[in-house]
Design a binder for this molecule. Structure first.
Ligand code: NAG
Ligand code: NAG
Ligand code: NAG
Length: 359
């Protein structure tokens, strides 16, 4: 009879099984080949973009960080325009208020209620999907728990993997929108900064400390963009911005030529707690939006075309038209909770895919 001679061996077998289970799960969490599809009959497709909201929830300190003010203005906007979803650019849960830890610890963390469900509790925002990417504060703790929560608890908080693709069709012409959701932490932080912030251990678990991990992810993004060239609109969503000096971190700026080459309509990000815009040019063809003022404010990236006044919290509201092939956008300032629905502070329009200027 085959029996391990020592209890140590049992332990080893259990450990190896656990390691295998972990590794298997981790590879699924990296990226998914499942494309999330949805179709709407409306002539226009309306959605909100914001991030960096996970501050304090319903804590008395809310007044300081204005998370609820933004939530209330977003609810009014989403309800009025029949917004179909929220594009959430990350930093979902901070340390602060009564919480002395970053991110969430588990799928049962009370922050899921106090910072998400209990705050965005209006009829509209609590019924539509939140298409999410992870920010650095999500990584400082258990980012896997956020994926697990999405897959097994509540997939309205949509984060099936760190990298994923969606395709939306809408309108009488059945226009297609491709959305490439990416995790920019791997491009933004080198080993030294990861170590300093205690993020490195989590990167190691994901295999993001390996040579070639960055190249692998860049290739994943490029492959997905190639596959989705038939779409009338292409949006890329990541946590960290690519405007001006903000792209000068580690490998971030390598994303710019990839997005350009594949004629991306726009890139949505957060991280800097501002509302900020960079228009497309002949040399960098995609538009850039930073909407990272979901609860607090900080400094902007240098090199923009427009930025909100210091101390502004708010969000981005976008509507794309099947008929005209245009995207109209407005940034909404929600700093003053006494102004219902907030105030439009900047707006404009774009065409669906940038023109091609061969270099
Ligand atoms: C992190 O989340 C994963 C997925 O839910 C879970 O398996 C793991 O136990 C969590 N880690 C800790 C330290 O709680
Ligand atoms: C619209 O496009 C989607 C996805 O491309 C497809 O599943 C659907 O059948 C199309 N609907 C019509 C009416 O053509
Ligand atoms: C910007 O907003 C103003 C005021 O609401 C409106 O008149 C104008 O048409 C808007 N511009 C675009 C491009 O939507």
């Amino acid at each position: 009879m085959l029996r391990p001679a020592k209890p140590d061996l049992y332990l080893l077998i259990i450990l190896l099984t656990l390691v295998c289970l972990c590794v298997c799960d981790i590879s699924d969490w990296q990226s998914t080949s499942t494309v999330h599809k949805e179709a709407f009959t409306d002539e226009d497709l309306d959605f909100l973009v914001f991030g960096d909201w996970g501050m304090n929830g319903q804590d008395p300190a809310t007044h300081k960080f204005l998370q609820k003010a933004v939530a209330d203005a977003m609810e009014i906007c989403a309800d009025e325009h029949d917004s179909k979803f929220v594009v959430n650019v990350g930093d979902n849960f901070y340390k602060g208020g009564k919480y002395d830890y970053q991110g969430v610890q588990t799928v049962d963390d009370e922050k899921w209620n106090t910072i998400w469900l209990d705050v965005y509790n209006g009829a509209k925002l609590s019924s539509i999907n939140w298409y999410t990417v992870a920010g650095n504060h999500d990584w400082y703790n258990n980012v896997s728990a956020q994926i697990d929560y999405s897959l097994n608890k509540n997939n309205r908080f949509y984060l099936p993997a760190l990298f994923y693709v969606r395709r939306t069709s809408f309108g009488p012409k059945n226009s297609t929108v491709a959305w490439i959701h990416i995790d920019t932490n791997i491009f933004f932080y080198d080993e030294a900064t990861q170590k300093a912030k205690g993020m490195f251990g989590n990167f190691e678990i994901m295999g993001w400390d390996r040579d070639g991990a960055v190249e692998e992810k860049l290739k994943w993004i490029e492959d997905r963009l190639v596959e989705n060239q038939d779409a009338k609109w292409i949006f890329v969503i990541g946590h960290h911005p690519l405007i001006g000096d903000c792209a000068q971190r580690y490998r971030m700026k390598e994303l710019i030529p990839i997005l350009d080459r594949h004629r991306v309509t726009a890139y949505f990000a957060g991280h800097n707690h501002v509302l900020e815009f960079l228009a497309p040019t002949r040399w960098s063809r995609f538009a850039q939006f930073i909407s990272g003022a979901g609860s607090r404010t900080s400094k902007a990236c240098e090199g923009d075309d427009w930025v909100s006044a210091k101390g502004t919290v708010g969000f981005l509201h976008v509507r794309i038209s099947d008929k005209s092939g245009k995207m109209v956008y407005e940034f909404v300032d929600a700093t003053d909770p006494s102004i219902e629905g907030g105030t439009q502070v900047f707006n404009g329009s774009l065409t669906n895919r940038p023109y091609w200027y061969p270099k």
